[in-house]
Design a protein around this ligand. Structure first.
Ligand SMILES: [Zn+2]
Length: 430
């Protein structure tokens, strides 16, 4: 039986209101024209479906329709994003990519018997592992092996339970499994990642992507905050650890990293590109297409601009409630948030230049952007009024969605072109 395989380069795109699949796919077509295959994966988490009141079937329908309309003949996938044993059922019919989220199980201990068995069965990992293509080695002590098993083995067993539930329902090899550990407090070191991969292989989960938590902050929709040099070292070691695991542990040959909350991380795109050239990468963008919808509405003027202002006014009034669930992935400076009365007087260019993630622009306001990013619930509550304006202004919105994905994400990560932040550093250096 053949197994569905995820290509070397893939991009996870979120589409909260299921209206931009065509504009998103257009960005992959531009990549194809530039000579690189980038496989689209439409992802929407259980949390987002609940907030918006949508069902996974709507994401599938939008993806299928876009693929048909634009005559896309390469693979594409729908990702049940951040699911677990209790939430997976609703995705079994519509999805063929599963991000199995076991972050909540990290730190819960497996049985003493399984920890002992794992440690005993993996004593060959102890020592200094020389990795191909990299100067640094990974050092695994007996203590580290046991400690990592104590921290992660239960989570991996849990992932096995979720995986087998999906496999029972859909059939072996008919979907892409990913394990994600990004929504947790501490980053996993490359040595821990290697031990985790050994546990995943032993559990028999044929993952094609894995999402560790990296060091630094991956705030939603804004640039990376952290030590770029350290990130570069870490991702190189992670890639080497994955290559080792593929060769020695029998994991799928196309196994690669999945970078979550990967949109707008301009300052690390060069490092991700270097890693991706060797081993591929799945870049998951964090639902920022919705911000391009507001930019498009604001750019349209008239009713569109008025609605974009109304969304900000509402988001500002409810900012604490909106930010609460995202506290660990946003950094808003309240002093930088313009008063709704000020925004009410803005022209289209004033609004769009504050919101659009253009680090060159002196008017770009990352606090304004982050508040609107978490404000999609306001638009969801507006229902038809919002969706009708999306449809009325489709052309200008689509242009923003495609340009954002291609110019600011696909081009720097998959084609190796400089990211906007790199331009900025260059400009500052002059
Ligand atoms: Zn994630």
């Amino acid at each position: 039986m053949s197994t569905v395989e995820l290509g070397k380069f893939s991009i996870g795109v979120g589409d909260r209101f299921a209206h931009q699949a065509k504009a998103q796919l257009q960005a992959c077509i531009l990549a194809e024209q530039a000579g690189v295959e980038v496989i689209p994966v439409w992802n929407k988490s259980n949390r987002e479906h609940n907030f918006i009141g949508s069902e996974p079937a709507s994401t599938r329908a939008a993806a299928d329709a876009a693929v048909k309309a634009l005559h896309w003949t390469k693979p594409y996938f729908c990702d049940a994003d951040h699911i677990n044993l209790t939430t997976v059922d609703r995705y079994l019919a519509s999805c063929d990519f599963y991000t199995i989220d076991v972050a909540d199980s990290i730190g819960k201990p497996a049985s003493a018997d399984s920890i002992d068995a794992f440690v005993k069965g993996h004593s060959h990992l102890i020592g200094t592992l020389r990795l191909e293509g990299i100067d640094e080695a990974i050092e695994i002590t007996p203590e580290l092996l046991r400690r990592t098993a104590e921290k992660f083995l239960f989570a991996v067993e849990e992932a096995g339970n979720v995986y087998r539930k999906i496999e029972d329902a859909k059939g072996q090899g008919s979907f892409i499994p990913e394990i994600s550990m990004d929504e947790t407090d501490a980053a996993q070191t490359p040595a821990e990642l290697l031990i985790i991969l050994a546990a995943i292989a032993a559990e028999g989960v044929p993952i094609q992507t894995i999402a560790p938590k990296f060091t630094g902050r991956f705030n939603k929709g804004v640039d990376y905050a952290g030590d770029v040099a350290q990130f570069r070292r870490e991702i190189q070691l992670d890639v080497a650890a994955i290559a080792w695991a593929v060769r020695n542990l029998g994991l799928p040959a196309n196994l690669k990293l999945s970078v979550h909350s990967g949109s707008d991380k301009f300052s690390i795109y060069a490092a991700i590109h270097e890693a991706a050239r060797q081993s591929g990468v799945h870049l998951k963008t964090a639902g920022t297409t919705w911000l391009e919808e507001i930019i498009g509405l604001a750019e349209s003027g008239g009713d569109g601009l008025a609605l974009a202002k109304e969304i900000y006014t509402e988001a500002y009034a409810h900012r604490e409630e909106l930010c609460g669930p995202y506290a660990t992935v946003i950094d808003i400076n309240p002093a930088k948030l313009p008063a709704p009365g000020t925004v009410a007087a803005w022209t289209s260019p004033q609004y769009t230049s504050a919101l659009r993630h253009d680090p060159h622009s002196p008017r770009y306001n990352s606090s304004f952007r982050q508040l609107l990013h978490v404000g999609f619930k306001i638009a969801a509550r507006m229902g038809c009024r919002y969706l009708e304006l999306l449809e009325a202004n489709e052309a200008v919105i689509a242009k923003n969605v495609t340009e954002n994905l291609f110019d600011r994400h696909i081009a720097p990560v998959f084609l190796g072109r400089p990211a906007p932040a790199a331009f900025l550093e260059h400009a500052e250096a002059k």
